[in-house]
Design a protein around this ligand. Structure first.
Ligand SMILES: C[S@@+](CC[C@H](N)C(=O)[O-])C[C@H]1O[C@@H](n2cnc3c(N)ncnc32)[C@H](O)[C@@H]1O
Ligand code: SF4
Length: 401
C-alpha cells in the first residue's frame, strides 16, 4: 500500500468513525492587486495580469488527482477564497465552477461563496459571478472610512467600499461584509461610524475581526499604534450590542448573521466537518473510517501550478494523531456560541466520549463550559476566555525528566 493512495488511507487504525462528516470544497486563488501590510494569507501581488488560464488548468488537475479520496461524497458548500478571487474574470469563475460540477456532486442549493474586494470593477462583474453560479459574495470592506483604510494600506477607498456593497446587495440574496476593528488610531466613535455604515446596508451576514499583528508581515516589523486591550474590549461590546440591535445574531466569535444566513461553509469547519482544499497553499481535512488526514498544497503559485499540472499538488499530508483530536475538535466547536451536540465529538473524531470527560468536568467546574447529556456549550465566561477553555483539551504533556 503506497502512502497517498486511497487503500493506504482505508487501512485499519485506532479510530472508529460511525459515518463520514459533511464535505466542503475550498478553492484558493492567490493573487491581489497589492499585499496589505497586516496580511499573512497566502496572497501575492499579481504584478500584471494573473496567469488565469494556466492556474485554472492546475486547479482542474489538482481536483482530478484528489477525486479518489472523496469518491461519491456529496459536497455541501464551495468557498472560493484568496487572495482576491474577484480579480479572476467571470468567464474564468464560470469555467472553474463548471469543472467542479462535472467532477463533484454538489447538493441541490449548494452554497457557493466568492471573496470579492472593493475596487475590482464590480459593476456588471458581480452579476456575472452570480450568473456563473456563485450564490454568496463576501466583500472585504475592512472599514468605511478613508483614513482607517489608508492606515491599513488598503488599495480601495470608502466610496469604492460603499459601491461594492451596493452592487453585492443588488446582485445577491446573501452576502457578507468583512470588517476589522482595533485599527491603528481607531476610536469608539469611529468604530461606531463603521458599524452604522455597514448595518445601513442590512447585510445578511457580517464578519468582524480584531486586527492582529501576524508574524512575517510588514506590520510585525513596523507596528502601528493600536488601541489598548481595554479599548478593544469596549469595541467588542459595541459590536455585539449594535449587531444584536440590527437583528444579527453572534453565532461564532467573529460572525454575525440573520436567520437563514449563517455561512454553511464556515459552519462545517467549526463543526469539524471535512473539506478538500485545492489551489496554492490550500489546506484540507479529510476523514476515513479509521483516520483523519490533513493535507496542504504547494504554497508558491508558480511552483503550485507546475507541480499540480504534473499531478503532484500536495506538499504535505499527515494523519492527525489520536491524542491531538480532542483539542482540534474543541478548537473549532467552542467557537460556536450555541456549542455543538455532545454526540458530535464521537461522530467526528471516532473516539469514545470518555476521551473528553475529565476535561469537560474541569471546564464546568471553572464555569467555562455548560455540558449536559445533549450539548457542549461555552458559558459567557468561557466565550470571553476562549483560548483558556480550548487549551483545557490539549493533550497531557509527558512530565519532563
Ligand atoms: C482571506 S482574508 C482576505 C479577503 C480579501 N482578500 C480582502 O482582503 O478583503 C479574509 C478576511 O480576513 C480578515 N483579516 C485578514 N488579515 C487579518 C489580520 N491580520 N487580522 C484580522 N483580520 C484579518 C479581513 O477582514 C479579511 O477580509
Ligand atoms: S487583499 Fe486580502 S488577501 Fe490580499 S493582501 Fe490584502 S488582506 Fe491579504
Amino acid at each position: 500500500m503506497n502512502a497517498g493512495t486511497v487503500e493506504h488511507y482505508l487501512r485499519p487504525g485506532t479510530l472508529q468513525l460511525p459515518a463520514l462528516p459533511p464535505l466542503s470544497l475550498y478553492v484558493h486563488l492567490p493573487w491581489c492587486l497589492k499585499k496589505c501590510p497586516y496580511c499573512d494569507f497566502n496572497s501575492h501581488e499579481s504584478k500584471g495580469a494573473a496567469p488565469e488560464a494556466r492556474y485554472l488548468d492546475a486547479l482542474r488537475a489538482d481536483l482530478e488527482a484528489a477525486l479518489p479520496l472523496v469518491w461519491g461524497r456529496p459536497v455541501i458548500s464551495v468557498f472560493i477564497g484568496g487572495g482576491t478571487p474577484s480579480l479572476f474574470s467571470p468567464e474564468g469563475i464560470d469555467r472553474l465552477l463548471a469543472g467542479i460540477r462535472a467532477r463533484l456532486p454538489l447538493v441541490p442549493g449548494c452554497e457557493i461563496t466568492l471573496e470579492a474586494n472593493p475596487g475590482t470593477f464590480e459593476r456588471e462583474r458581480f452579476r456575472a459571478f452570480r450568473a456563473a453560479g456563485v450564490t454568496r459574495l463576501s466583500i472585504g470592506v475592512q472599514s468605511f472610512q478613508d483614513d482607517c483604510l489608508r492606515a491599513i494600506g488598503r488599495v480601495h477607498d470608502a466610496a469604492q467600499a460603499r459601491a461594492a456593497v451596493e452592487e453585492a446587495a443588488a446582485a445577491f440574496d446573501s452576502f457578507n461584509i468583512d470588517l476589522m476593528y482595533a485599527l491603528p488610531g481607531q476610536t469608539l466613535a469611529r468604530l461606531q461610524a463603521d458599524l452604522e455604515a455597514a448595518l445601513a446596508f442590512a447585510p445578511p451576514h457580517l464578519s468582524i475581526y480584531h486586527l492582529t499583528l501576524e508574524p512575517n508581515t510588514f506590520f510585525a516589523t513596523h507596528p502601528p499604534p493600536l488601541p489598548d486591550e481595554d479599548l478593544a474590549s469596549e469595541m467588542l461590546d459595541l459590536i455585539v450590542s449594535s449587531c444584536a440591535g440590527a437583528g444579527l445574531q453572534r453565532y461564532e466569535v467573529s460572525a454575525f448573521a440573520r436567520d437563514g444566513h449563517r455561512c454553511r461553509h464556515n459552519l462545517n469547519y467549526w463543526q469539524f466537518g471535512d473539506y478538500l482544499g485545492i489551489g496554492a497553499g490550500a489546506h484540507g481535512k479529510l476523514s476515513f473510517p479509521h483516520r483523519v488526514l490533513r493535507q496542504q498544497r504547494w504554497r508558491e503559485p508558480a511552483r503550485y501550478m507546475e507541480r499540480a499540472l504534473a499531478g503532484e499538488a500536495l506538499s504535505q499530508d499527515e494523519e492527525v494523531a489520536r491524542a491531538e483530536l480532542p483539542f482540534e475538535f474543541m478548537l473549532n466547536a467552542l467557537r460556536l456560541r450555541e456549542g455543538v451536540p455532545r454526540a458530535l465529538f464521537g461522530e467526528r473524531t471516532g473516539m469514545p466520549a470518555s476521551a473528553i470527560d475529565m476535561a469537560v468536568l474541569k471546564a464546568q467546574q471553572r464555569g467555562l463550559l455548560e455540558a449536559d447529556l445533549q450539548m457542549l456549550r461555552p458559558t459567557g465566561l468561557g466565550f470571553d476566555f476562549l483560548s483558556e477553555l480550548q487549551g483545557m483539551f490539549l493533550p497531557a504533556r509527558a512530565p519532563a525528566r
